[in-house]
Design a protein around this ligand. Sequence first.
Ligand SMILES: [Zn+2]
Length: 151
Amino acid sequence: MTRPLPDIHDPGFAPFWAGTAAGELRIVFCPDCDQPRWPPRPVCGHCRSFELDWRPVTPTGHLHTWTGVEHQTASDLPPPYVVGLVEIREHPTVRLLGRIVGTDPSRLRVGLPLTARFDPVTDEVTLVNWAPIDDHYADGDSDGDSEERRQ
Ligand SMILES: [Zn+2]
């Protein structure tokens, strides 16, 4: 069995998948109170508005947590691989799941700065995976953005 893919025509998420296909990370915001609304819901949890607005955000984030997958569950996704929960840098309350790629799993740590990779898996579906921001290793900054994260 191959891996299940998202329904890119689901009206609740279609703008997200259109964004990934275009190399953008798009998130729902409430236009009335300007708060992100993720996952997308019909009503704003802050101000009860029914309005919504999909906006691109900078496709960077921080690793919140992760797990290693060592058992094969799909014929087209051989283990081992790492799945992470990533906090979007501009909006840390927004967290997305994706594979963590481009690094040895032993280098992963909470708060690791990541950048999105838009990886097409079919002609229609582009998934978001995450890779460490290379500069982070180049300057030896082992602390990452921890100062910024303490608010
Ligand atoms: Zn609102």
